[in-house]
Ligand binder design. Structure first.
Ligand SMILES: C[S@@+](CC[C@H](N)C(=O)[O-])C[C@H]1O[C@@H](n2cnc3c(N)ncnc32)[C@H](O)[C@@H]1O
Length: 218
């Protein structure tokens, strides 16, 4: 855990507060990132797991051919997601569960795709969550992440480090380097970076995708 990593109690307390206002504030602000990740997942199709599904703002970004499962730590956020499911408008969303992404209860190789929009920088142990995502992913499947990633150099980097300390209690984390994701992939032995791209319009969010390598035939 680095000094900027958020602990679980901070996250749960923060998202209990966010839940009533989340859609109004974070809906429009994070729309492009959320949508780009869901679109990438749709192209893969099959069984999709959305980690940190929150209030289910992405439900409308999938289509009827998808089979979507969501998990989240926060019960108040999931209550909002379940209210959306109850409208009947998202039959492709099969279930949402209150579950910690560090310890998922799904069997190995369950999903074709694991998506996490604006989550990996907030969890207590990002490397453990990535390994869990990889475990529940079928070989050949993909992890798709979207986040604001640390600028690493210059004035933006200094501002992000300053802001990181002040926004921690709000369950936000503006400082997170891409290098940490790549280091996890390098250590994993079977995660290959297949995509890293800044998203329009301002390049504030980055989409990163790792593929779980198929077993090598001897
Ligand atoms: C910034 S919100 C993003 C929600 C949604 N993905 C979106 O794009 O609107 C982060 C979400 O991650 C969830 N979260 C944080 N840590 C988690 C964990 N360890 N396991 C599962 N969900 C977690 C929070 O409860 C919150 O709903």
């Amino acid at each position: 855990m680095t000094s900027f990593d958020l602990d679980q109690t901070t996250v749960e307390t923060a998202y209990a507060r966010w839940a009533p206002i989340y859609d109004a504030i974070c809906g429009p602000v994070m729309l492009t990132g959320r949508r780009a990740a869901a679109l990438a997942a749709r192209r893969i199709g099959g069984k999709i797991l959305e980690v940190g599904v929150g209030t289910g703002l992405s439900f409308g970004d999938y289509d009827a051919t998808n089979d979507v499962t969501g998990i989240d730590l926060s019960a108040p956020m999931l209550d909002k997601a379940m209210a959306k499911m109850a409208t009947g408008r998202f039959p492709h969303v099969k279930a949402v569960y209150q579950m910690d992404a560090h310890r998922m209860t799904f069997a190995d190789a369950t999903f074709d795709c694991v998506v996490a929009q604006f989550v990996i920088t907030l969890v207590e142990n990002p490397e453990q969550v990535l390994s869990e995502c990889q475990r529940v992913l079928k070989p050949g499947g993909r992890i798709i992440l979207v986040n604001h990633l640390y600028s690493e150099t210059g004035v933006s980097a200094a501002i992000e480090r300053w802001a990181a300390k002040r926004t921690r209690k709000m369950g936000l984390r503006p400082e997170f380097p891409f290098a940490r994701l790549q280091a996890w992939a390098d250590r994993s032995g079977d995660a290959i970076l297949v995509e890293r791209r800044k998203l329009a319009p301002f390049g504030v969010y980055t989409l990163v995708s790792f593929e779980r390598e198929l077993p090598r035939v001897a």
